[in-house]
Write a protein that binds this ligand. Structure first.
Ligand code: FAD
Length: 499
């Protein structure tokens, strides 16, 4: 490596911020999935975007550049934030140094500037101090802004506002050439659109400006159960069509309870009591259904509409076709509602089943094939599977997504998020769950279901080409423009690093 003058000091500073101790390397060698292991040469602790630019510059100035993976919380499942033989950037260290808490609000203009290393739970608490809130949330909030914006960031508000990536005004990005660029739909727009959902391939996001709305104080958190998939899906699609009328839910998700989940699964959850779960099991028995579905809705309210929210909920429920009597309602604070998976995490941690392998498979399934998917997967491949986790199923409106962004979505105007969020807790679980996931993917291929993986993982570049479809050529062109040596986020396995 050739360096002159001030560059030498930069390189020395950068190298001194790379941790190579056993604990740092071990932590950065795996992720939430606990399936893939990839050992980096070091873990870089930046204090500013300029540090990240200097690290990247150091890499590309070598005759053989090293790979660089920004890591938020490392809550990916398939090694996406790992860098075998490269350098992992511990993004969280950006918030620990002199910049401290990098969340800056403009309450009048309804946006917040956040460091990409910030956890969504911290963004929530900071914005609530001003009575404001981001509009769309992932189910779990202890993940970073940069991590979710690299994928999409979906949740029960996406039917109305689109994914988190559709709610960003502008971004600061350090490219794979070490350039710091502020981009937006009007400025360096190709970088803006490609970085959002870009799986860390085009640059390291260091700041995002995120749209806000006025925060509600309280939430009616509702679950309604179904024993037949047709009523469930037609109600879900009716509910997501009510996105601007003011008469619907503010959040819509759903879950699938397979046969054995009801009889052998957990005896209570953070929502259902043991007796309510018994009721659901009886519904399955009575109707002879191997599968129970429930829609999860949330209706926000404040002091000024507290007296009318129950009537509004009743009017909405009157339009739906769930199993009579199977309505479950909780009245909780907005924070309690949004942080519900945080409470679940505490329970799973105390039971010793949080840090276990998570062979998660997330799919977007087109509306036109959801009944085929249900028959082939929930009532076919997974019919008698052992209950070890959660299955999510809820629809979103495609017109709330911006197709210029990198995330791949199906063609239909409505598609379902299907999350097979299962944990391997006992011997043999991991292999079995991986076999089942492979069978689900095979089924989708053979039946030409037209689904796309979300939080995708593909073993070959051919798989990635098919995943991105028509977007592939543009993605490859922008990769050459913004990360020509392919040093960024190698754990995604999309582009081989230049030799
Ligand atoms: P990491 O795993 O650290 O990184 C993910 C990818 O992004 C890597 O390729 C990494 O290199 C890249 N990256 C990280 N930071 C940056 C950056 N600043 N700039 C550029 N690239 C970067 N997702 C949803 O959409 N909706 C949900 O409801 C949801 N629920 C979840 C619940 C749980 C319990 C868990 C564990 C995950 C959930 N996820 C959900 C998935 C989650 O959004 C992704 O796994 C996300 O990537 C995690 O963020 P992270 O900070 O851990 O990212």
């Amino acid at each position: 490596m050739m360096m002159k003058g001030d560059d030498i000091f930069t390189a020395v500073d950068i190298v001194s911020a790379i941790h190579t101790d056993h604990d740092s390397i071990t932590r950065a060698s795996t992720d939430f999935g606990h399936i893939v292991e990839a050992i980096p040469n070091g873990v870089f602790h930046p204090t500013s975007p300029a540090d990240i630019a200097a690290l990247i510059w150091l890499s590309i100035s070598q005759s053989k550049p090293f790979t660089v993976a920004p890591r938020g919380q490392g809550h990916s499942s398939s090694g996406q934030a790992l860098a075998s033989g490269g350098i992992v950037i511990d993004m969280r260290s950006m918030g620990r140094h002199d910049h401290g808490y990098r969340v800056n609000m403009s309450p009048n203009e309804l946006w917040v500037d956040v460091g990409a290393e910030q956890l969504w739970i911290d963004v929530l608490h900071a914005t609530l101090k001003h009575g404001l809130t981001p509009r769309i949330w992932t189910d779990y909030l202890r993940i970073t802004v940069g991590g979710t914006l690299s994928n999409g960031g979906i949740g029960g508000q996406a039917f109305r506002y689109g994914p988190q990536t559709s709610n960003v005004h502008d971004l600061d990005v350090v490219t794979g050439m070490g350039k710091m660029i502020t981009c937006s739909p009007d400025k360096h727009s190709d970088l803006f659109f490609t970085a959002l959902g870009g799986l860390g391939q085009f640059g390291v996001m260091t700041r995002a400006r995120i749209a806000l709305e006025h925060a509600p104080k309280r939430v009616l958190w509702v679950r309604i159960a179904y024993s037949d998939v047709e009523s469930f899906t037609s109600d879900q699609e009716l509910l997501i069509s009510k996105r601007s009328s003011g008469s619907g839910f503010d959040y819509i998700e759903g879950q699938v309870q397979l046969n054995r989940t009801l009889t052998e699964g957990r005896r209570s959850s953070s929502f259902f009591s043991a007796s309510e779960l018994d009721q659901l099991a009886k519904l399955a028995l009575r109707t002879g259904s191997s599968t129970i579905y429930y829609t999860e809705g949330a209706m926000y309210y404040n002091d000024d509409n507290a007296s009318s929210v129950n009537q509004k909920l009743q009017r909405l429920l009157d339009e739906l076709s769930f199993a009579p009597g199977f309505t479950f309602v909780r009245d909780v604070s907005y924070v309690e509602f949004l942080d519900r998976v945080g409470r679940e995490e505490q329970k799973l941690r105390s039971a010793g089943v949080w840090d276990v392998p998570h062979p998660w498979l997330n799919l977007f399934v087109p509306r036109s094939r959801i009944l085929d998917f249900d028959a082939g997967v929930f009532k076919g491949i997974l019919k008698d599977t052992k209950p070890v986790g959660l299955i999510l199923l809820y629809p979103m409106n495609k017109d709330r997504w911006d197709d210029r962004m990198t995330t791949a979505t199906p063609d239909d105007d409505v598609f379902y998020a299907v999350g097979l969020l299962r944990s391997a807790v006992a011997a043999g679980d991991l292999e079995r769950l991986e076999r089942e996931n492979a069978a689900v993917l095979d089924f989708c291929d053979q039946e030409s279901v037209g689904c796309k993986q979300y939080l995708p993982h593909h073993a070959s570049q051919d798989g990635w080409r098919r995943h991105f479809g028509e977007k592939w050529d543009r993605i490859a062109t922008l990769k050459r423009k913004y990360d020509p040596l392919a040093i960024l986020s190698p754990g995604q396995g999309i582009f081989p690093a230049a030799a």
